[in-house]
Ligand binder design. Structure first.
Ligand SMILES: *Cc1c(COP(=O)(O)O)cnc(C)c1O
Length: 457
C-alpha cells in the first residue's frame, strides 16, 4: 500500500515555492516559473496549474482505489474544472470522466475522450443531451428521476441501443464539511430516496425497460468532506440496496459508485483528506457489508473533482487600490483590491468559502494588519477573503497569490461587469503554456447581434 505521508495535504500545490519566505509570502515560483514572469507573459488575474501535481493526485486516488478494491474506476468530476487539454491528461491517465451537461460532454468528445469511460450526470438532462450521449456511446448514464428514466428508455429504444445506466440514490446521509447528518427523507433535487421506497420503484421500472441495462447504483453525499463516517454510512445503505436487489431478482448488480466530495485544505490550518486514508476505510465497510450479505464485491467507482484539481492551481492577482476604514468598534480594516474578484472566484460570495492569500513578488517584514481582499466588481459582496492578516506595506503593483483555486473557480467564472475570464496556464518543469486563453473584449462583444425584428412563424 502506498505511503500515506506522501500525499500532499497542504493548501499548496506540490511544486510551489516561495523565495525569501516568511509568513507574508515571498517571491513565488510554481514548477520553476516565477509569478512575476507568468503575469508579465500572460497577464492577471491568472490561474496557474501545477501539471505534475495534477498527475500526482489523480494517480494517488486511482492507486488507492486499485489497492483497496483490486480494480474500479475513477470518474473525474468535470464540473470542478475541465478543458480539452485536461480531458487529454485524463485520457492519458486512463481515468473516467463524469460530465453533467452537453457542454461538458462536448469538451470530452473534442479531446477524443473514450465515450465508454464517460459517465453522464445531472438532474435535468434534456432530450437533446440524452440523445447526444446515447449516440456518442457514453458508457453510463446516471438516471436521476422517473421522468428521466422514461426519457432515456424511449430515446435508447428509438436509437436501437441498450443503454447502460446507474440509478442515483439518496441514502439519507448528508455530509457537507466536517459532520454528516442522517435524515429519513431527503429534501433535495437529486436522486431517488432509499427510505421512501422511490429507489426500489425506480429499480423495478428500470428492470422492465428492455432498452436500459441497470448495472449499478450511485450516491454522492456532499462536498468538502473530511470525515470518513459519512461515506461509511452511505456505503452501508447502498450495500443493503444491492442485497435486496439480489433477493428480489436472484442476480447481483455489478457496480457501486460512491461519488466524490473529498475535502481539501484552503487555509494553513486545514489538511486535505488523503486517499490512502479514506478509500481503505470505505473499502473495509463495503467488504464487510458484502460479506455479511453474501454478495460478491461490486466494481467500485469514485468521482473526485476538487481533491484532484483544487490544490493544483494558484490564482495570481495584481494589487490595485488599498484603503483603510475605521470600524464601529474603533478598529481599523484595510481593504486590498485585486484585479479580479467574484467573476473568477464566486465561492466566497456564493457560500462563504474561506481562502488564504500570500504576497507573491516579495516577502515583507511589515506589521501584519487586519485586511479584507476584495475584487473590482460593482458589488459590496465582491469579497475574496473577508478577514486576513496581511503586511501593512502591501501596495499597488504587488502580486497576491490565492492557493487552492483549481476547483470551482474558472469553472464557475462569469463575465459580470463584462470582465474577461482569465486564462489558465499549465506549468511543468520550468515551462508554461496557456491551456485556456484569456477572453478579450472582442469575445465579450461577439454575442451582441444587430438583427431586424421579424414575425415568428
Ligand atoms: C460535484 C459532484 C462530484 C464532485 O465533487 P467534488 O467535491 O469536487 O469531489 C462528484 N459526483 C457528483 C454526482 C457531483 O455532483
Amino acid at each position: 500500500m502506498s505511503n500515506q505521508s506522501n500525499y500532499p495535504t497542504s493548501l499548496f500545490s506540490s511544486n510551489l515555492t516561495f523565495k525569501n519566505e516568511n509568513q507574508s509570502g515571498g517571491a513565488l515560483s510554481i514548477a520553476g516559473c516565477s509569478a512575476e514572469k507568468l503575469v508579465k507573459e500572460f497577464g492577471s488575474p491568472l490561474f496557474v496549474l501545477d501539471q505534475e501535481d495534477f498527475y500526482l493526485r489523480a494517480r494517488a486516488w486511482r492507486a488507492a482505489l486499485d489497492n483497496s478494491f483490486g480494480s474500479g474506476q475513477l470518474y473525474y468530476a468535470a464540473k470542478s474544472f475541465i478543458c480539452v487539454e485536461v480531458a487529454k491528461w485524463l485520457k492519458e491517465l486512463k481515468l473516467g470522466l463524469d460530465v453533467c451537461s452537453g457542454g461538458e460532454l462536448a469538451v470530452a468528445l473534442a479531446a477524443d475522450f473514450p465515450a465508454q469511460d464517460i459517465e453522464f450526470h445531472g438532474n435535468n438532462k434534456s432530450e437533446v443531451e440524452i440523445r447526444k450521449a446515447v449516440k456518442a456511446g457514453v458508457g453510463t448514464i446516471v438516471i436521476d428521476s422517473f421522468d428521466e428514466l422514461n426519457r432515456v428508455a424511449t430515446i435508447a429504444k428509438e436509437l436501437g441501443e441498450v443503454q447502460k445506466v446507474y440509478l442515483r440514490l439518496t441514502p439519507g446521509v448528508d455530509a457537507h464539511t466536517h459532520e454528516f447528518i442522517s435524515t429519513a427523507h431527503e429534501d433535495v433535487k437529486f436522486g431517488f430516496s432509499i427510505a421512501s421506497g422511490a429507489a426500489s420503484e425506480a429499480i423495478e421500472k428500470c428492470m422492465s425497460q428492455s432498452s436500459l441495462k441497470l448495472s449499478g447504483i450511485h450516491c454522492h453525499i456532499g462536498s468538502q468532506i473530511f470525515e470518513v463516517a459519512g461515506f461509511k454510512a452511505a456505503a452501508e445503505r447502498l450495500v443493503a440496496v444491492l442485497a435486496s436487489f439480489r433477493d428480489k431478482y436472484s442476480m447481483e448488480l455489478q457496480e457501486l459508485n460512491i461519488g466524490g466530495g473529498y475535502g481539501i485544505a484552503y487555509t494553513k490550518d486545514e489538511s486535505a483528506i488523503s486517499p490512502d486514508l479514506v478509500i481503505p476505510a470505505i473499502a473495509a465497510v463495503i467488504k464487510d457489508e458484502c460479506a455479511k450479505a453474501k454478495l460478491a464485491l461490486p466494481r467500485i467507482s469514485i468521482e473526485p473533482g476538487r481533491a484532484i484539481v483544487g490544490p493544483t492551481t494558484t490564482t495570481i492577482y495584481v494589487v490595485g487600490t488599498t484603503k483603510s476604514v475605521k470600524l464601529e468598534n474603533g478598529a481599523e480594516r484595510r481593504y486590498v483590491s485585486v484585479d479580479g474578484g467574484m467573476s473568477e472566484n464566486i465561492r466566497p460570495a456564493l457560500y462563504g468559502a474561506v481562502y488564504s492569500a500570500f504576497l507573491a513578488n516579495r516577502s515583507s517584514t511589515a506589521k501584519l494588519i487586519s485586511s479584507r481582499v476584495v475584487g473590482k466588481h460593482c458589488e459590496s459582496g465582491d469579497i475574496l477573503i473577508s478577514e486576513i492578516d496581511l503586511p501593512a506595506d502591501i501596495a499597488a503593483g504587488d502580486l497576491l497569490a490565492i492557493p487552492a483555486t483549481g476547483a470551482y473557480g474558472r469553472s464557475m467564472a462569469s463575465n459580470y461587469n463584462h470582465i474577461a475570464r482569465p486564462s489558465v496556464v499549465a506549468v511543468i518543469n520550468g515551462t508554461a503554456r496557456e491551456i485556456l486563453r484569456r477572453e478579450n473584449e472582442q469575445d465579450l462583444l461577439n454575442l451582441d447581434v444587430n438583427q431586424p425584428p421579424r414575425q415568428l412563424s
